[in-house]
Every structure is written in C-alpha cells, then in structure tokens.
Write a protein that binds this ligand. Structure first.
Ligand code: EPZ
Length: 420
C-alpha cells in the first residue's frame, strides 16, 4: 500500500490545472447504457473510480476505450445485471440502475450498503423508480427493479438531508425513455446533475429545469450516441484553493468554474483568503492572517459537504473559534482525530466540530479513512512543521488525479512511498 510523505512549511506557488469532475463523469458514463450507439466523453479524470465504472460497464457487455482522458463507449448489447462484488465496492455505481431499467425494463444490482461517512440508504432512488411504475424487490443483497412499462409521473424526491444527487440522476435517466411526462420535485441542483442533463439532451432527451429544484422530462422512444466534455472538478478546485491558503501561498487555478464554487469562495473570503477570477482562471492568495468562521454543509448551492474536511483543516490554522456543522452525512468527521495527531484542537458536539485554531501544527504519521478526509490530512501536512506520513492514500486516488505530481509542480515537498 502507498503513502504520501510530506515535508511541510512550503508556501505553494505557481499554476495548477484542474481535471474533469469525478462526480459528473460517473453518472455520464452510466448514461451511455441508454443507447446502442457510440458515445465519446472527454476530460474524464483517470481515477480508480472512473476505471472501476469502466469495468462495470464492460461487465454489462459494453465496449470501453479509455485513452488520454477520452472515453469511447458503445453499449450495443447489454445485460440487466451487474457483478455483485464490482458494484458493491463503489457506491457511485448505483447510477447504472436507472439506465438499465429505462432501456431493458429491468435492473438487478447489489445494494450499495453504507460507508464510513454515513448509512447512505437508496430509498429515494427506489421511490422514484416505483413512481414510474417499476416493481422493486430486495433479496439476497440485490435490488431487483422490473417494469412492463415505465410511465411518466410527478414525484417529490426530498429526504432527511434534502435532495439526493445520484437519486435525481438515476430517476432522470429512468424517465428519459418512459411514456409521458415526469416531474421531479425537490431535485438536486448540483452542477453534476446539470452536466448529466446536458449530456442526455445531446443524446436527444427532452429535459428542462436541470439546476433548479423542479426537473421536467418528456419521455421519447430512443436516444442516439453523443459527444460531451465533462465539467471541471469543483471539489478538486476547492481543495487546491484551501491548500494554497493553508500554506500562505499564491496559486493560479486553471480551467476552474468560479460559478460552481460561490459558497466556498464566500467562506474563503470570510476566512481572509482572496479568490479572484481572471479569465478562465482563479487566483488564490491570503490577505494577511487567517480568520475563524462558521460553515454549515448544505445541498447545492450551499457549502459542499465534500469540501468540509478540507475547510476544517484550514480552520485549525486560524486563531480563534470556528464551528463546522455537517448537515448532509451523519459521520463525516473521521479526519478530526487524525488532525489531532498533528496538534489540532477540535471538539465534536453533535453535528458540529468546534475548532480552537491558531496552534502551529507539527508533522506525524496519520491514517486516511475516506476520500475527502484524506485531502484534509494532506493539506494539514503541507502546513505543518516537519514530516507527515499520510497512509492508505488509495482513498485519495479514488478522487484526485495525480495529486502529488500537481502539488510538486506548486513547490510542495511530497513523495509517494511504499507503506512500511
Ligand atoms: C453524491 O453522493 C456524491 N457522490 C458525494 O460525493 C457527495 O458527498 C453527495 O452527492 C452529496 O453532495 C457522487 O456523486 C458519486 P446524496 P450521493 O444522495 O448522491 C441521504 C465524494 O467525496 N439519502 O445526495 O450518494 C444520504 O444518506 C462523494 O466525492 C437518503 O436518505 O449523495 C445523505 O445523507 C462522497 N436516501 C443525503 O441524502 C436516498 O435514497 C445526500 O446524499 C439517497 C440519499
């Protein structure tokens, strides 16, 4: 297993190029199952998650070619059930269910199960499929969805924590080939949902309202192949901006979308970090000392839960009290005890982390637990005095393309080493 060895204390400087979005690419890859014609998807990040999704599509019968960030996929002849172990390993693969149900009127996939950040049920996905007329059976660890025909319906998809991103994506994909009109209320408004709708429209689908809480889909007979470029990864952008602020550096982020990051930019400004748009780039630097602030994670366009851990790491460096409240996932503070190894002072009170910031961090061996928690540990390691070893970085490789190489280009002293 691999680790990162980081020698901290170097301000980041220079230019970093942002990759395509993992969370946009995964449902778009699944959407290619909706047609028997070839699809070409550009700017797909080369990550273990996207390679995994490619394997799942191949296990269903699709032909997949992945080269230089471009995917060519043809799902000419496919089957309606995916390998149990393959699907079970990556939650994001749940979004093959909608396309399979739409095209084959059946989908049999393993239940994704919970993960370290929360229980993560799929009741809203299934509620949407049932509203379209599907029969759902859960047995032997599988979800079986079948339908003689799918008919458009109006449904409310809001849940305990508000809207669901992949639930909205899945139901939207199930509805594009249904008879009649479907209206999804309390739909997720994330940019990744909009990017998927753009791709589906390029395939011929009739969709309006993506990006708003009400999405309307008019079902059609058949979709055709299409080409699409995936949006830049807003969470990778936020991660590099926060890393620059934590090290008191100055960087230019190339290929980012500022309009996808308003809540993050707003909170960084409050914390004393300037994020300025210059053309298609973002210029990030600190305006003097970091300031404490409060953050609450919410569905888009609120502050993203996927940037919460990284922001928590930043606040350990801001003198004073900061409060981070996690409203989306029940147990997304795994990074807190590891940040404490670097000397951070954080207390958990219910859904909030209370950070007493300003004490300098010092390097130590720490353990990655999930994708974004690992990014927070890398940021803290870059800011800490001395050496930090971040173990189990396979978590990071799931969602960050060549993170260590990109950081080295910004002057960071970081190496990928074999874990002892
Ligand atoms: C997507 O997960 C992202 N994953 C997550 O990113 C992200 O954290 C999340 O959206 C929220 O923004 C991908 O896009 C692959 P949800 P998703 O359904 O769609 C509850 C990362 O780090 N819920 O919007 O699975 C659920 O438990 C990952 O890149 C139900 O109760 O998340 C959670 O509390 C981690 N019933 C809340 O809704 C359901 O049927 C939001 O989950 C579905 C969800």
């Amino acid at each position: 297993m691999e680790s990162f060895l980081i020698k901290g204390g170097v301000p980041l400087h220079g230019v970093v190029e942002i990759s395509g979005s993992k969370n946009a690419a995964l449902p778009i890859m699944a959407a290619t199952l909706l047609t028997d014609e070839p699809c070409v998807i550009r700017r797909v990040p080369n990550l273990s998650d996207t390679r995994f999704m490619a394997q799942i599509l191949e296990s269903l019968g699709a032909r997949v070619k992945f080269a230089d960030g471009t995917l060519t996929i043809r799902a000419k002849k496919i089957k309606g059930y995916a390998d149990y172990e393959l699907v079970r390993k990556m939650r994001g693969s749940i979004c093959i269910a909608g396309p399979l149900l739409a095209r084959l009127r059946k989908a049999r996939i393993s239940l994704p199960g919970g993960c370290i950040i929360g229980a993560r049920p799929i009741n809203l996905h299934l509620k949407g499929f049932e509203a379209l007329g599907a029969k759902i059976k859960i047995e032997g660890g599988y979800v079986d969805a079948t339908a003689k025909k799918l008919s458009g319906a109006t449904m409310f998809l809001g849940g305990r924590a508000g809207s669901t991103v992949l639930g909205t994506a899945n139901v939207m994909m199930a509805a594009v080939l249904a008879d009649g009109v479907t209206v999804i209320e309390s739909a997720a408004c994330e940019p990744e949902v909009v990017d998927l709708a753009d791709f589906l429209r390029a395939m011929g689908a009739k969709i309006s309202g993506a990006g708003s809480p009400t999405i309307t889909i008019t079902g059609i007979e058949k979709l055709h192949g299409a080409e699409h470029g995936v949006i830049p990864d807003r969470i990778e952008t936020a991660t590099f901006a926060i890393a620059a602020a934590a090290t008191d550096g100055e960087i230019t982020i190339r290929g980012a979308r500022a309009d996808h990051l308003r809540a993050v930019i707003d909170k960084l400004n409050e914390a004393g970090v300037s994020v300025e748009k210059c053309g298609a780039n973002l210029a990030v630097r600190r305006k003097g000392k970091l300031k404490p602030s409060d953050v609450t994670t919410l569905p888009y366009s609120g502050f993203p839960t996927d940037a919460q851990a990284q922001m928590t790491a930043l606040f350990t460096l801001a003198p004073g009290i900061s409060i981070i409240t996690e409203r989306i996932f029940e147990s997304r503070f795994m990074h807190v005890s590891e940040l404490a190894r670097l000397g951070a002072d954080i207390e958990i009170e219910g859904p909030s982390a209370i950070v007493k910031g300003g004490r300098p961090l010092s390097g130590a061996p720490v353990m990655a637990s999930d994708l974004r928690a690992s990014a927070a540990l890398v940021i803290a390691g870059l800011a800490a005095k001395g050496a930090t070893q971040v173990n189990r970085i396979y978590h990071l490789d799931r969602g960050y393309e060549q993170m260590d190489a990109k950081l080295r280009k910004l002057g960071a002293r970081i190496q990928r080493v074999e874990e002892k």
